[in-house]
Design a protein around this ligand. Sequence first.
Ligand SMILES: Cc1cc2nc3c(=O)[nH]c(=O)nc-3n(C[C@H](O)[C@H](O)[C@H](O)COP(=O)(O)OP(=O)(O)OC[C@H]3O[C@@H](n4cnc5c(N)ncnc54)[C@H](O)[C@@H]3O)c2cc1C
Length: 470
Amino acid sequence: MRKFDLLNFAREAAAGAPDMVRRRLLTAAAASLALPGALTSGKAWGASAGAGFRVLIVGGGVGGATAAKYLKMWAPDIEVTVIERNPSFVRHYGSSEHLTGAVTMQDLTVSYDGLRARGVKIVQAQAKGLDPVKRTVTAQGPDGALVQCGYDALIVSPGVELLYDGIEGYSEQIAETSIPSGWIAGAQTALLRRQLLAMPDGGTVVIVAPPNPYRCPPGPYERSALVTEWLLEHKPKSRVVILDPKNDFVTDETMILGWNHLYGYAPPQPYAEKLDKFMVEPSKDCRIEWRREKDGGKPLSVDPSTLTVRTPSGAVKADVLNIVPPMRAANIARDFGLTNASGFCPIDRRTFASSLVPDVYVLGDASIADAMPKSGYSANTQAKACARAILCRLQGLEPPEPAWSNTCYALAGDDWGLFVADTFRIVDGKIARTNTRARYQDLDASRVQRQVAAKYLRAWMRSITADSFG
Ligand SMILES: Cc1cc2nc3c(=O)[nH]c(=O)nc-3n(C[C@H](O)[C@H](O)[C@H](O)COP(=O)(O)OP(=O)(O)OC[C@H]3O[C@@H](n4cnc5c(N)ncnc54)[C@H](O)[C@@H]3O)c2cc1C
């Protein structure tokens, strides 16, 4: 790491920048000079570090909120503003538990008061446009008024856009009225719950899983399991059919083992052979079916008037239909010029700076983070590394080599938990998984270990929410 000369760094960075930006960089640098060695000592930065430096964040979900909190914690004098279209955050993680009534929509709702108390400014508005030369973002408030926010560094963490039209016959309007997705938690999640409650016993719930890449890899299978368990108790003649354009998923073995123990599921090959000595006798009356791509389960089109999904193996008629469509980075990432042909945002792995637009950083589900899954845990750990990189830049330091982690917990039933736990570093220019030991729960885990994993899941949800928004 080179010895830093902040004022010189700021002069270099300011060269060629518009006048206003140059002034802000130099002021910020001068203020930070009052604190020599603060960063290298690893202690909290003093009150004047970064004074006048403006970080603007678009998206107050997991990535955006975590970045805002940690920037303010590490450099209290930096101006941190979050532009978020909603008045509060409805957390996606844990939202399938609303379908079974285990949590209310209120339980899923997270206030921004914790961030406000830390001095983060929250602007409720929908970001619309970016001027990367003037370094401004234009946004529209709930009253229709346009606001313009300037920045020295911009973080964009807008999550995903659900491509409803990616399945023939489906649309956003249909999702909002009759065939909810609920993969962005909110009104559609509540609608799906109401539909399940209204469904007569003996009905079929069809859950359409998405193609890769998508947010929360175990999520569609966890949702299917929780709905199956709820139906067994409340509408025992009903069943769940998963239609899938894929043949496997992360945590598939441990999830399928849970389905086997809890619902009598008979795993298909190759799972049957791999899980054989850990399984119980399958039930002839199993109420969950997973139709993979190789079983003809790929959804081809949907007829909303009859709630029927066409697949290569025939038409599947639903009484309640839940579709998780293909997805890409949220539209605002594309409108800001941050996406490539994949629909997601290429980044410098070390800092999560956009590869396409200067002084913009992209976090979370919208970014191309290679081996890291699109999860809340990932967005949280990426945000901390990014916040550190921005503060290093402000101090004229090389950001330290980042390392990230992720644990995706999932439920196969209310008290049957499982997980995948990984660590990541940059290897040959890409983010790669570095843990070599077992990533998953042991197949021979005891019942108590499964129960403990379910408890860990709920504890994790509380702690990630507190860490990101508190
Ligand atoms: C059913 C389900 C279960 C899940 N379970 C888990 C789990 O157990 N563990 C886990 O780690 N992850 C889980 N996830 C995934 C996790 O919730 C996401 O990966 C995470 O929220 C991504 O964070 P983000 O910041 O990228 O996006 P988000 O958290 O979605 O935040 C994006 C924010 O940007 C805002 N926004 C978008 N566009 C604009 C705009 N133009 N202007 C202003 N604001 C805008 C949105 O309103 C939103 O608040 C789950 C997801 C689902 C759907």
